[in-house]
Design a binder for this molecule. Structure first.
Ligand code: UDP
Length: 381
C-alpha cells in the first residue's frame, strides 16, 4: 500500500517525505508525538503568544536550493539575528567581535588590539576561541583569556557539563571570534522565521495527496527489523524506510544509551510589554540557565499583550519518560557506541538514517533540509 515509510516529521522527515511524494511515491509518515514539526514545533500559548515549545529555532542559510524549497511552503519574516551576553550586567555583542572589543577595553587599547588581531588573522576572519587561546602574542592571548572566561567557559560548563577544551572543537567553533564589526549571530544571506511559524510550514510541506501522516504513532508498534528483513504490520516491506529517530531506541538500547544533553525549558508569561527588549540574551558568567529568549522579538509578533520568555536549564539526558534528547555529545567514545548501532542497521539495505538523532550529529535546520533533499534524490534514482 505504501512505497516509503518515514519515521519522524521534523525538518528531516518532512522534507524527505515531501520530495518522495512529489516523485509519485505513496509515503507514510509515522510521528511519535501528537504534532508534526519535530523540535521546530511552535504554537500559541494561552496568552496568544507564539512560542517555540522546544527552544528557539532561528532559520539561516546561504543555500539557494534549501531557501527555495522551504519558500514553497511559507513566506518569511527575515531579520538579522543578534545575541547579547549578559556579563555581570553589561550587555556584550556575541559572537565577540570588534564592537565587543571596544566595549571591553578603552579606546586606545582597543585600537592597538584591533590592529594586532588584524595582523595575525586578517580583517574579516573568523577565529575559533580554541585557536585564539593558542596565540603566542601576549596581547592576543589576553583577549582570548577574556573571551574564554567571560563568554565560553561558564556557558559551556552549563550546556555540556564539560569545559570548552573537553568538547568537540566543532561545537565552540559554531560561535567564532569575528575580526569585523559584524554583530550578527549568523553571517548567512537568509535568516529569520517562517511568517506563520514552523508548524504551519511543515504542515504545508506534508499536505500532499501522496503523504499520509499518523501522529501519536510509535513506529516500534508497526515496524519490525528481523532476520527476514523489515516487516510492516507483520508483512514484508521492501520499500525504503527513512528513520529520523534515536538509533539506540530502535534496538532497545541493547549496547547502552547514546549520551545526549537535554534541556528543561521554563516558560514565564509577564504582564509587561517587554522583558529584555531583544530576542536572546546569553548568561555567560552567572545564573543556572544558559539563555533567555523573549519570543515576540524572535517572531516579530506585534499583537501580543504581555510577553512570554523561556529560560533553558541543561541537564544530562537519562531516557526517563518525558525527557528529550536535544544534543548529541560528540566524542570518540560516543561515536564508537553509535557505530555499533549503525552496524546493526546496515544489513537492512532499505533503511536510511537521517537527522540529528538518527545520525548522532549537530545539524542546523538548513543542513538537514539539504541532506534530506539529497537523500530523496538518491532514492529516486
Ligand atoms: N557558546 C558559549 N557562549 C555563548 C554562545 C555559545 O560558550 O555565548 C558555546 C557553547 O558551548 C554552545 C556552543 O558555543 O553550546 C554553540 O553555541 P550555539 O549558539 O550554536 O548553540 P545552539 O543555539 O545550537 O544551542
Amino acid at each position: 500500500m505504501y512505497d516509503s515509510i518515514v519515521i519522524g516529521s521534523g525538518a528531516a522527515g518532512s522534507t524527505v517525505a515531501r520530495r518522495l511524494a512529489e516523485t509519485g511515491k505513496k509515503v507514510l509518515v509515522l510521528e511519535k508525538r501528537s504534532h508534526v514539526g519535530g523540535n521546530c514545533y511552535d504554537r500559541e500559548d494561552e496568552h496568544g503568544i507564539l512560542i517555540h515549545q522546544y527552544g528557539p529555532h532561528i532559520f539561516h542559510t546561504n543555500d539557494e536550493e534549501v531557501y527555495q524549497f522551504l519558500s514553497e511552503f511559507t513566506e518569511w519574516f527575515l531579520f538579522d539575528h543578534e545575541v547579547a551576553a549578559n556579563v555581570h550586567g553589561k550587555m556584550l555583542p556575541v559572537p565577540f567581535n570588534l564592537n565587543t572589543l571596544y566595549q571591553v577595553y578603552d579606546a586606545s587599547k582597543a585600537k592597538e588590539l584591533e590592529q594586532a588581531l588584524i595582523r595575525e588573522y586578517g580583517s574579516g576572519s573568523r577565529v575559533p576561541i580554541i585557536k585564539l587561546m593558542e596565540s603566542a602574542n601576549p596581547d592576543i592571548k589576553a583577549i582570548a583569556d577574556f573571551v574564554y572566561e567571560n563568554i565560553f567557559l561558564y556557558y559551556t560548563m552549563k550546556q555540556w557539563g564539560q569545559t570548552p577544551e573537553e568538547i568537540s572543537p566543532e561545537v565552540t567553533g559554531r560561535v567564532p571570534v569575528l575580526i569585523s564589526y559584524d554583530n550578527r549571530y549568523f553571517q548567512d544571506k537568509y535568516q529569520g522565521m517562517p511568517i506563520d511559524g514552523y508548524t504551519a510550514m511543515f504542515q504545508n510541506m506534508l499536505d500532499h495527496p501522496g503523504i499520509t501522516v499518523e501522529t501519536s504513532a510509535d513506529c516500534r508498534e508497526s515496524l519490525t527489523f528481523s532476520e527476514n528483513g523489515t516487516l510492516f504490520l507483520g508483512r514484508e516491506f521492501t520499500g525504503e524506510i527513512i528513520y529520523t529517530g534515536a538509533l539506540d531506541e530502535l534496538f532497545d538500547c541493547a549496547y547502552g544509551r547514546l549520551p545526549y544533553r537535554s534541556l528543561d525549558f521554563r516558560f514565564e508569561y509577564l504582564e509587561q510589554d517587554s522583558f529584555q527588549g531583544r530576542s536572546v540574551v546569553n548568561y555567560t558568567v552567572s545564573e543556572p540557565y544558559t539563555r533567555i529568549t523573549e519570543f515576540k522579538y524572535l517572531t516579530g509578533q506585534k499583537d501580543a499583550k504581555g510577553t512570554t520568555i523561556v529560560k533553558e536549564y541543561p541537564f544530562a539526558y537519562t531516557g526517563a519518560e518525558g525527557e528529550i534528547p536535544y544534543y548529541a555529545i560528540i566524542n570518540e567514545e560516543n561515536q564508537a557506541l553509535y557505530q555499533k548501532y549503525a552496524d546493526k542497521i546496515k544489513p537492512f539495505r532499505n533503511v536510511y538514517l537521517l537527522g540529528r538523532l538518527a545520525e548522532y550529529k549537530y545539524y542546523n535546520i538548513d543542513a538537514i533540509v539539504k541532506k534530506a533533499l539529497q537523500l530523496a534524490d538518491k532514492i529516486r534514482r
